[in-house]
Write a new protein. Sequence first.
Length: 186
Amino acid sequence: MPKTKAIINIQNIVASAALNQKVDLNAVVKSYPTAEYRPDRFPGLVFRLKRPKTATLIFSSGKMICTGAKSGEESRKAIMKVVKELKMGGIIIVSKPDFKVVNIVASATLGGQVDLEKTVSTLRQTMYEPEQFPGLVYRMDEPKVVILVFASGSLVCTGAKKEQDVYDAVHKLHEILEEQNLIFYE
């Protein structure tokens, strides 16, 4: 068991949804002038919500990408709220969207300093080039995530599809660092 408890914060959830129908983005802009749509620059429309504070990209194919949520449930609520807004704006939506979380980004603090030079030679599936980037890149197989490890003991975990995977990955790495004497506390 690690000497300190890791502090983990979910920073961003990226979720996708499919309406399984075409969407007239010009009609959406007519109903919602605050929506951002510049088809000459980008094929998607940006629909922002204040609560939950998210941005949802909507494509004419009916595909949607929601970013900015802090939990899977919050991203689901955001997608459902966007669909409700579209309906209220006169856009006909025939079915419930197919929803899935595609990426979770989290930050964590381990409470100690990590010896990155020793870590790169001890752990498999790591990459560390300090002249290019100050963090060590660790590719964990189970759960399947990528963790950036900094000498300060700060981490960035990305690639998880479930929130529990973030917690499992950070705790697992923390235990490995302690067992191998790669983290030290002041």
